[in-house]
Design a protein around this ligand. Structure first.
Ligand code: COA
Length: 343
């Protein structure tokens, strides 16, 4: 008899955003902009900003604790930890290792960071999905955390109005029922377009050994128009690819959770795919673009607001610097034993 192929499902979700809110009006006192310009061009009204001493690892730990509570498990039940981030200032120890200690995972549980910019959470899902299904691990904690305020150029009005700080986490668990939970993923990258959205050293002295680059000198630089066009094209294509891979019609989708970068990008994808905007989750008005954290933050908000119910098909899609992109089709199941449809 053949062994059934196991599935991986989302057992718990959590997110965290710092309490300090920076509204468009306040930004207009920092750079030459206006509430009206930012809302019209991006849809963003406000964003959350971490405290000066609050790190990406601190935010990640809070999101992780919420996800563990939602899954009704304790840190001892986790046997793999992966973190996605682009905004931390300490490469070693990794954010994952710092979270490992903060939330008290068992000694020996592997932990590492990945970098895939705004596509980080979809990359996390794909990596953990394969590692769990390969059989060595039973339960993974995946976290996306970004303190983008640390790498924002607060003198550049074309970028500083767009970004915010947040973290989102998911507990992923393996179950022995086929075709439950994560149904399919696509990932991609195009390194030739890396310069269009990058975190570059800015006004920094050349790094001369043994002097280190001063912290805070790497900031986001972006060609907004080019990124916009590529984001619409690539995210639409990623949605089509994962739906085709899973033989799923767009009409079957209960909710689409796109990376929250700009309302006009989401509207253009809705037009492109002919899926009404009402089926897209949108919370960028309150958080701005939180890079890798944006999808788990929006997914957690939709889940806690009852916008997703057991058995629903949910499509996640992201695009980011690199360029990187990815899409995941998930059957939303907290109880796959009870709710996986018979084939
Ligand atoms: N306030 C007021 N004016 C601003 C401004 C601001 N914050 N930022 C730029 N402008 C000005 C520009 O200087 C330009 O002025 P000019 O016509 O006199 O030269 C004008 O507004 C238009 O700028 P442009 O860059 O063409 O605007 P846009 O409609 O493309 O919108 C973005 C800019 C950044 C909002 C948009 O390009 C975008 O969202 N791109 C994608 C960004 C993104 O999603 N990045 C992350 C992907 S993961």
């Amino acid at each position: 008899m053949r062994t059934p192929i196991p599935s991986v499902y989302v057992q718990g979700l959590g997110s965290y955003a710092p309490s300090r809110i920076l509204a468009n009006e306040e930004l207009a006192s920092i750079v030459d902009t206006s509430d009206e310009w930012i809302i019209t061009r991006s849809g963003i009204r406000e964003r959350h900003i971490a405290a000066p001493d609050e790190t990406g690892a601190d935010m990640a730990a809070k999101a992780a604790q919420a996800a563990l509570a939602d899954a009704h498990i304790s840190p001892e039940d986790i046997d793999l930890l992966i973190v996605a981030t682009v905004s931390d200032d300490t490469p070693v120890p990794s954010v994952a290792c710092r979270v490992h200690s903060k939330i008290g995972l068992k000694s020996g549980v592997p932990a590492f960071d990945i970098t895939a910019a705004c596509s980080g959470f979809i990359y996390l899902l794909q990596i953990a999905n394969h590692m769990l299904r390969a059989g060595d691990y039973r339960r993974a904690l995946v976290i996306a955390t970004e303190k983008l305020s640390r790498i924002t150029d607060w003198t550049d009005r074309s970028t500083c109005v767009l970004f915010g700080d947040a973290a989102g986490a998911a507990v992923l668990a393996k179950c022995d029922i086929p075709h439950a939970g994560i149904l399919g993923n696509v990932l991609g990258a195009d390194g030739t377009k890396g310069d269009l959205l990058a975190v570059n050293p800015r006004n920094a002295p050349a790094p001369v050994f043994p002097a280190a680059l001063p912290s805070g000198t790497h900031t986001i630089a972006m060609n907004g128009r080019e990124v916009f066009k590529n984001a619409v094209r690539v995210m639409s294509q990623a949605c089509r690819s994962v739906l085709a891979k899973c033989a799923t019609d767009p009409a079957q989708l209960a909710l689409i959770i796109p990376h929250q970068a700009n309302i006009r990008i989401i509207e253009a994808i809705s037009d492109e795919l002919k899926i009404p905007l009402s089926r897209f989750k949108i919370n960028l008005d309150r958080y701005g673009n939180t890079s890798a954290a944006s999808i788990p933050l929006a997914l957690d908000e939709a889940y806690r607001a009852g916008e997703i119910k057991e058995g629903d098909l949910v499509l996640l899609v992201a695009f980011g610097g690199g360029f990187t992109w990815g899409a995941s089709l998930i059957r939303w199941q907290k109880n796959p034993e009870k709710t996986t449809p018979a084939l």
